[in-house]
Ligand binder design. Sequence first.
Ligand SMILES: Nc1ncnc2c1ncn2[C@@H]1O[C@H](COP(=O)(O)OP(=O)(O)OP(=O)(O)O)[C@@H](O)[C@H]1O
Ligand SMILES: [Mg+2]
Length: 236
Amino acid sequence: MAMLEVKDLQVFYGMIQAIKGISFEVNEGETVALIGANGAGKTTTLHTITGLLSPKKGSVVFEGKEITKVPAHKIVSLGMAHVPEGRRVFAQLSVYQNLKMGAYTRKDKAEIDEMLETVYKRFPRLKERQNQMAGTLSGGEQQMLAMGRALMSKPKIVLLDEPSMGLSPILVNEIFDIIQSLNKAGTTVLLVEQNAKKALSIADRAYVLETGRIVQSGDAQVLLNDESIKKAYLGE
Ligand SMILES: Nc1ncnc2c1ncn2[C@@H]1O[C@H](COP(=O)(O)OP(=O)(O)OP(=O)(O)O)[C@@H](O)[C@H]1O
Ligand SMILES: [Mg+2]
């Protein structure tokens, strides 16, 4: 049984259909990439999985349980965390306060402190800056904070929406290294990216989304060497 199963999903914005019947799955322990150009429907797909949007048709099943109609605020406590596009940290709050917000589903203080230590270990830069206002962090640091905040809920799966956006190549590498080590430590990853090359380089499998449809899928290494993918997405 797949950990996350998306079945024949159709999502509309008013009259416009953004997602035209897509199905895919993420197995426990995998890193799965969802790649595609601007407007392909990547963010819409993540928002539908996390309950921010509701589909007209289709279903989302997490650990065997249908969650299609579960609202966003209840999804986190099931073990699914979403790192939104554009980070969306609370600019007026400190790094520490932002991280604490990520643990809002947890009540046990010892457990929250333990998660905080784990996050600081993974992101030493956040520890150094724990009292800094989040709005004054660099883009890369804000991405780390958004990821750290998601990890505070101790998720089984993390959904990342374009973590590389707007970052320098060095920082992109740093963020992707962190995603990889996070996955090695046992967190399942669904990674949405326009940076197909980087995403495929760390993913086990991938799906290619084009104007609301999945047009190709398979082993990430195979897709990385696929001529049509190279031309369309890898700039080769
Ligand atoms: N709130 C909205 N109202 C109407 N149309 C929307 C809305 N949000 C997204 N869309 C449209 O749905 C389609 C898919 O958008 P989506 O944001 O999911 O794409 P994306 O793959 O995440 O793109 P990007 O890489 O630019 O983030 C686009 O055509 C977009 O214009
Ligand atoms: Mg998007």
